[in-house]
Design a protein around this ligand. Structure first.
Ligand code: ADP
Ligand code: MG
Length: 240
């Protein structure tokens, strides 16, 4: 089991969305994922509930663990270790906290989502500094990288401010792939995993709903490269 923690001081940075998207891509590949919800907003638990409501959940391959609070987090982790999914994705709350430290120090990879807004970047840089200090103090070396989210899809549509912002990340650990802005990603919170939602749409009674299936799949496809990049950033596990 390899563990990825999504961290960002700012609420609304795109942590939960990145985790939903990654779950969707992995689920389509038949890969087993565990999701630890370590945010009091319970975004992941709500995601599961909405998905169950419309039948877009996959009990065999996705399991959510309530990890809000240090005791529950510990229990969630132990249970996940017993279940041993291929990947464990950990959603956290904004800000620094003991719980977030635990979530960071127990990961194999730390992903810091951010958009390109000036204020947002500052907070993302603060998050990175927090993580680096934490890792130094713990004498640990866990790969950590920014994930640019809610970014204009097409570079040719970048504003001058966007280009300036992008340059900041050139010298920093950041994934090349980005998560563009999309209403399909925004909607995902209410629809469950995108691959399963696309299946649901495809067979819907309403033609307007059926018409949304191809676009849903297309936007899911767009996320494949960045998910592959995130997986490739995981340290190679030595065979036991
Ligand atoms: N790539 C995106 N495209 C469109 N909306 C997005 C995107 N990423 C996030 N959002 C929206 O922005 C809001 C905050 O995102 P969320 O993932 O919940 O952030 P966090 O978990 O860091 O608080 C949500 O309403 C979400 O739907
Ligand atoms: Mg969240």
């Amino acid at each position: 089991m390899q563990k990825i923690t999504f961290m960002a001081f700012k609420g609304g940075a795109g942590k939960s969305t990145a985790l939903f998207l990654m779950t969707s891509v992995l689920n389509r590949r038949g890969i087993r994922v565990g999701l630890v919800d370590a945010d009091e907003n319970k975004s992941v638990l709500k995601w599961e509930r909405h998905a169950r409501g419309i039948g877009t959940w996959d009990d065999e391959n996705i399991k959510v663990y309530d990890g809000w609070g240090e005791d529950r987090f510990e229990e969630a982790f132990e249970e996940a270790e017993r279940d041993n999914p291929d990947y464990l994705l950990i959603d956290t709350k904004g800000g620094g906290s003991d719980l977030n430290q635990t979530a960071a120090l127990n990961a194999d990879l730390i992903v810091i989502p951010t958009d390109l807004g000036v204020g947002e970047i500052d907070i993302a840089l603060e998050t990175m500094e927090y993580v680096m200090n934490l890792l130094n103090a713990a004498e640990m070396d866990i790969p950590t990288a920014f994930l640019l989210s809610r970014v204009v899809t097409d570079d040719s549509k970048f504003t001058e401010a966007n280009r300036t912002a992008m340059r900041i990340f050139e010298d920093l650990p950041a994934f090349e792939g980005r998560i563009p802005t999309s209403a399909y990603y925004k909607d995902m919170a209410g629809t469950g995993p995108m691959n399963l939602y696309a299946d649901y749409l495809r067979t819907h009674d309403k033609m307007t709903m059926r018409a949304r299936a191809p676009q849903t799949r297309l936007w899911l496809n767009k996320a494949e490269p960045v998910v592959d990049e995130i997986l490739a950033a995981l340290p190679v596990k030595e065979l036991a």
